[in-house]
Ligand binder design. Structure first.
Ligand SMILES: [Zn+2]
Length: 477
């Protein structure tokens, strides 16, 4: 049995209908041949029995499933149900596949219809001599043609009858109604997405991708919370007066926060249209969904609960250390939190703080002086002694000659460092002349030239004589 060649974007069920129209086969006999049973009910979006059909018509089951049904869309949006759904679609388990698609549980499984565009139908007659059912028009919730920005017509399919009774899309001489911009945009986005998914369905966590995008757009606070009122207000304004159809789950009103917040929860599954509507608003092209940099850490991406847990853990650690009667400086060092933060949480939890003496005791003063004499930096002394830099400076300036001594220490330290730099350079570069040292150890050279010229002159190689063309010759003496 050979099916008629696949037309662009043709729906599998539509192709079977076309086969029946052309061949004139009797429906029961055809079903027996194609699906191994004449008691089957074929869903237009999720046609099951693919494995048997592929044998009967000699075509690849993957191609039938991915290119001619809307399975890729459902598999993508229902990762938790994907393997079972695919299994049932390949086997002749239409009812189970429909249950696995969750459509009945969303309240949109009962009404099954086929949609078509009048303008596409006219074009198809001109190009192929007949109308046919386009797959992209059948996407749940989509009510406009992705090519023509007109509203689609639809035919309800009766459950008890064979789906083949629908026949080919009718050509009517009706005035087509223009679709709203948003309806057109969702249709276009959805069609583009099915094309992307048809090639190689990538595995991504959508809720994370949404969060990324929302963070970029400023809908996530620094604490990782979604600004849901602002988000919903803008989203509802955008959705505007999208025409509601039998398979169009739209948000109820501006306070329907769950409509979007549930999409940000990775554990729940939702009607594909909710994703399509939201994603059409967030992204201009479906490729952007897959381009989100998921590997980079981003506070907004981390689930709020996780941030909360981490913050909570750190707070508990701080409290535990403070309760152990450790000094503020020590707790601050161990946890990286500021003294101000520690004071606040200690106060909130009624913990008595082990504050270092605010007043300078003579013992502390002599410790500061001792450390200051060793030339230690003020910040380091402040940390060691657990008091502010201001107090350290106060002590240092109160001891006669200490400031000058520290200046001298600093001077000597710099001199040692620069002398060493020049010496090392000369050891590593035996042929270096003064000009090389001057350019390669610039800071050291000029500091020593200003403050230690005598040493510099004695340490540098003898001046070389220029011999022209920027070349020098070393003095032999
Ligand atoms: Zn069209």
């Amino acid at each position: 049995m050979l099916l008629p060649p696949l037309l662009p974007d043709e729906l599998l069920l539509g192709r079977l209908i076309r086969y029946l129209a052309i061949s004139g086969d009797e429906v029961g006999a055809f079903c027996e041949k194609a699906f191994g049973s004449n008691r089957i009910s074929l869903h237009p979006l999720l046609t099951a029995g693919i494995e048997h059909l592929s044998h009967a018509v000699g075509e690849s089951p993957e191609e039938l499933l991915n290119q001619q049904t809307l399975a890729p869309l459902f598999l993508f949006y229902l990762p938790g149900h994907a393997s079972n759904l695919k299994k049932y679609l390949l086997a002749n388990e239409g009812a189970k596949a429909l249950r696995e698609s969750q459509l009945p549980s969303y309240g949109h499984g009962g009404s099954v219809c086929l949609k078509w565009c009048q303008l596409c139908a006219k074009q198809d007659i001109q190009s192929y001599g007949m109308t046919y059912w386009h797959r992209a028009h059948q996407i749940p919730g989509v009510i406009a043609c992705y090519k023509h920005q007109v509203l689609l017509g639809n035919i309800a399919l009766e459950e008890r009858k064979h789906r083949f009774d629908a026949g080919l899309p009718p050509l009517r001489n009706e005035v087509t109604r223009t679709a709203l911009d948003i309806e057109y945009r969702v249709a276009k986005f959805s069609q583009q997405l099915t094309l992307v998914l048809m090639k190689a369905p990538p595995v991504i966590e959508l809720s994370s991708v949404y969060r990324w995008r929302l963070a970029d757009l400023g809908f996530i606070t620094s604490g990782g919370r979604v600004r849901r009122q602002l988000l919903m207000r803008q989203f509802i304004t955008w959705v505007g007066s999208y025409h509601s159809g039998p398979d169009t789950p739209l948000p109820n009103d501006i306070k329907d926060y769950r409509y979007l917040s549930e999409l940000l929860n990775p554990k729940t599954s939702h009607h594909p249209f909710r994703h399509l509507l939201f994603a059409s608003w967030l992204f201009s092209h479906p490729n952007e969904i897959f381009k989100q940099k998921q590997s980079e850490p981003n506070v907004a991406l981390v689930k709020p609960s996780l941030i909360k847990t981490k913050a909570q853990q750190l707070e508990n650690k701080c409290l535990k250390l403070l309760e152990e009667n450790r000094s503020m400086a020590e707790v601050s060092r161990l946890t990286g939190k500021s003294r101000c933060y520690l004071k606040r949480i200690a106060l909130q939890h009624g913990i008595k703080l082990n504050l270092k003496p605010r007043q300078l005791t003579s013992e502390l003063k002599s410790k500061i002086v001792h450390l200051a004499l060793s030339g230690m930096h003020r910040e380091l002394i402040s940390e060691r002694c657990g008091i502010g830099i201001g107090s350290i400076e106060q002590v240092i300036s109160s001891v006669s000659g200490l400031v000058d001594w520290r200046k001298k220490c600093h001077f000597e330290s710099v001199r040692r460092r620069y002398r060493l730099e020049i010496q090392r350079y000369m050891l590593e570069n035996h042929d270096a002349i003064r000009r090389d040292i001057k350019s390669d150890c610039n800071s050291a050279f000029f500091w020593l030239y200003l403050y230690d010229r005598h040493w510099l002159d004695s340490a540098l190689p003898s001046p070389a004589k220029p011999i022209g063309h920027g070349e020098y010759v070393l003095n032999s003496d």
